[in-house]
Ligand binder design. Structure first.
Ligand SMILES: [Fe+2]
Ligand SMILES: [Fe+2]
Length: 278
């Protein structure tokens, strides 16, 4: 297969029969470049399950506003349109993730927690937005699974047989990685470059030119989650930290220890909170 063929199929992803109807609707709304805050709020409000999931997420320890956000429009004001759009995707691919790649949700959630903690330490103005990028960093895996289930499962088997890292085997087989696929769909969903670039480059952070720090954070959060052994990402070995990221983040050994420590409670409680979901 080549990248072009893969992207053509992904371009029409919402027409695939395997895509859940709620996700299809969400994608339809998000792809409208002129979509307003009001329209998204109204759409979410019309679906009680979706409303409950969004509120559960924004009030969870993943974000650190526990019990304070009572409505979707309130979440929009506090987190901003892009973060809420990202969460909408995040909470609605949740079921697909749980069904098709057990453990990816936990991997994504914990990456989001590490990213929020690091972004806050680095004084970024919107740590929640970077955290949403981390929550969605492996969305390309879900997309590839939906679009090419059998082929993707074969690739995962090769990873299990220790033939390489998932993103390397994807490149060999599809001519494109889940990171690039994720960047492609994030662009298609009108996410700003601040979110698409970290998703696109989370396995080659040295290529990020506009949002170097944000990309370094998502790259590193993914690795922290892998090395802490939370959930399942498709890989069996921890990806190495890209050298460029050490320079951008400028962390000492103590900083990393603090980040690990700070993330423990939110990770444990968010896993409890989300474990009961269908
Ligand atoms: Fe990845
Ligand atoms: Fe990952």
């Amino acid at each position: 297969m080549n990248a072009q063929v893969v992207l053509e199929k992904i371009e029409k992803i919402e027409n695939l029969p395997t895509i859940p109807s709620i996700l299809r609707k969400i994608l339809g709304i998000i792809e409208d470049p002129k979509v307003s805050l009001q329209k998204i709020s109204d759409f979410v409000a019309s679906d009680p399950t979706l409303t409950a999931r969004i509120l559960k997420m924004v009030n969870s320890p993943v974000y650190g506003f526990p019990g304070r956000i009572s409505s979707v429009s309130h979440a929009m004001v506090i987190l901003g349109l892009n973060a809420v759009k990202g969460l909408l995707i995040g909470v609605s691919v949740f079921e697909v993730m749980k069904k098709n790649m057990v453990g990816l949700w936990e991997h994504s959630l914990s990456s989001a927690i590490y990213a929020r903690i690091i972004a806050t330490r680095k004084n970024l103005s919107s740590p929640e937005e970077i955290s949403v990028a981390a929550l969605l960093h492996d969305i390309g895996k879900v997309i590839l699974l939906i679009a090419f289930k059998e082929d993707y499962e074969k690739i995962i088997q090769s990873v299990m047989a220790k033939e390489g890292f998932l993103h390397e085997l994807e490149k060999e087989y599809f001519g494109i990685t889940h990171a690039e696929v994720g960047g492609f769909v994030a662009k298609k969903w009108n996410f700003p470059l601040k979110l698409t670039e970290p998703i696109m480059n989370h396995h080659r952070p040295q290529l990020s030119k506009n949002f170097e720090l944000e990309t370094a954070i998502v790259h590193f959060s993914n690795i922290l989650s892998l090395s802490r052994g939370i959930g399942y990402s498709g890989d069996i070995f921890v990806n190495p930290v890209n050298v460029s990221v050490w320079n951008v983040l400028d962390f000492k050994y103590e900083d990393i220890k603090d980040i690990f420590r700070e993330a423990e409670d939110p990770i444990t409680s968010s896993q409890e909170i989300f474990a009961s979901d269908e």
